[in-house]
Design a protein around this ligand. Structure first.
Ligand SMILES: [Zn+2]
Length: 85
């Protein structure tokens, strides 16, 4: 774990030191926060793109994709077991 926690001013209600935020950088950037004054809450959404969404995105930015290696597929499975319920 390599996370940090901090308290910020809320971007919704403007309350000073009411937004309790935390972030992680491994194995991916993750951020969440809750305003204890107005209830504003957000978090990083974890999602696996559907095949057509992925292809559309690749086409948009002209990304040359390659097939996942066996190791990469295993990495995905291990990741999903922990992070995708
Ligand atoms: Zn607030």
């Amino acid at each position: 774990m390599s996370g940090t926690s901090y308290v910020l001013d809320c971007g919704r209600c403007g309350s000073k030191n009411a937004l309790f935020s935390s972030s992680e950088s491994k194995p991916f950037d993750y951020n969440s926060a809750d305003c204890l004054n107005c209830g504003f809450s957000y978090f990083t959404k974890i999602y696996i793109l559907k095949k057509d969404e992925l292809n559309k995105l690749r086409k948009q930015i002209n990304f040359k994709s390659s097939k996942l290696t066996k190791q990469e597929k295993n990495n995905c499975k291990d990741f999903n077991k922990v992070y995708i319920k």
